[in-house]
Every structure is written in C-alpha cells, then in structure tokens.
Ligand binder design. Sequence first.
Ligand SMILES: [Zn+2]
Length: 234
Amino acid sequence: MYIFIIILLLLAFLVWSAADISSGIYVKTFCGIKNCDEKVVSLTFDDGPESGTTEKVLEILKRYDAKATFFCIGKKIGPNCEVFKQIITFGHTLGNHSFRHNDNFSLLLPSRMREEIERCQAEIKKYAGYEPRFFRPPLGVTNPMLAIALKSFNFDVIGWNVRPFDTSAKNAEEVSRRVISKIKPGSLVLLHDRMPHTPEALETILDWLYANGYRVVPLEEMMDRLKNKKKGQF
Ligand SMILES: [Zn+2]
C-alpha cells in the first residue's frame, strides 16, 4: 500500500515538474522577478507571426510605446514574413519557439528537439539576420530530454508568471481581467498574438498598467534587473 502511494506521489511530482515551467527542475528558466521593488512588467507573445492579429498587436504596442518579446514558430515565419519583419522594425525582441510547435514536442528525443530548435534558429536568422538568445519550449513543458537538447545552445530559457489561458478564453475581457488580477511588480506575462481577442485585451491591459504606475520593459531589461538584484544593487 505504502509503495503504491510513493509511486503515485513520484508520478505526481514528475508531471508537475515537467508541466510547470517555473519549477526549474530540469531546465533553468526565467519567470519574472519575485518581490520586485519596482513597478515593471514584461510582455511576451507566443505562436506567431500571424498576419492579421500580429499587425494589430504591433500597432497597439507602438501607440503605447511598449516593447515586447515575440516567441515565433519557425514554420510560420516564411508565410508571414512581412509582419515578421515589422516585429523587428518596431524594435521588439525575438525568441525561438521551435520550428513546428507540435503537441508531442516534449516526447521527442533530444536529437529531434535539437533539430526543431535549430530549424527555427535558421529561419529567424534568414529573415532577421541574427539568432535570438531566448527560447521558450512549446506548451512550456520542460523535461530531461529538453535539458540535454539545450546543451548544444546558449539560450536564456523563458517562462512566465502570469498566464491568462488566453487560447481558451471566451472574449477579450476575460483575458484582460485574468492578467490584471495577477499583475505584480516583476510580472512576466504570456499572451498569444495569434488569438483574435489579443489586440483588444492588450489595449485594456496597457491602459490599466499605465494608469497604475507600471512601466512595460523589454525582457532583456527585466533579466538585467534580476541579475542586479542578486548582486545586491536593488
Ligand atoms: Zn506556443
């Protein structure tokens, strides 16, 4: 009986540690800043570029003078290369989100994962002229296989600490409400620029952030803050 409970607990731990990107068990990830003493927030957008919605997201970010990070799916870059180039022109940061973003990514062998990541790097380099330093695994799943695959790269692996589950939200109001209820100084927000609700939700979120004294900062600045905090300068 005890053995059964131990096995069950072990399985629960393995599932949690792989599914929760902030666990940091297998792969060290940056998921925002805990106990941050400045009202700063960083925004990230996954699964683009997507002609139609990404342009709207970019237009809103420009209007609010906010810089964000776009974790792109490699195979979508070519067919959406015009909007992909706009992301760069507008001064945002790029991140690797694998080439195909298959649901079974986390079940692949390290060599196949590496191939997915390399193909995405190559596609980004082809259109942007450089390889990004940030990576976010599809669905945020980390496991020992990914840890092995990532040894070939020098990525900063990025998670989040605010996730509104916008891919299943009914409307923009639901997305913005979920984000706003979780925002704290040091928040790292996960959104998807492929979702039709995102532009409207983003506008409400940015209105709220600025009305409440927050600054939206690029991911690089957020990471530097954490480094400085660890050094005791904050
Ligand atoms: Zn994704």
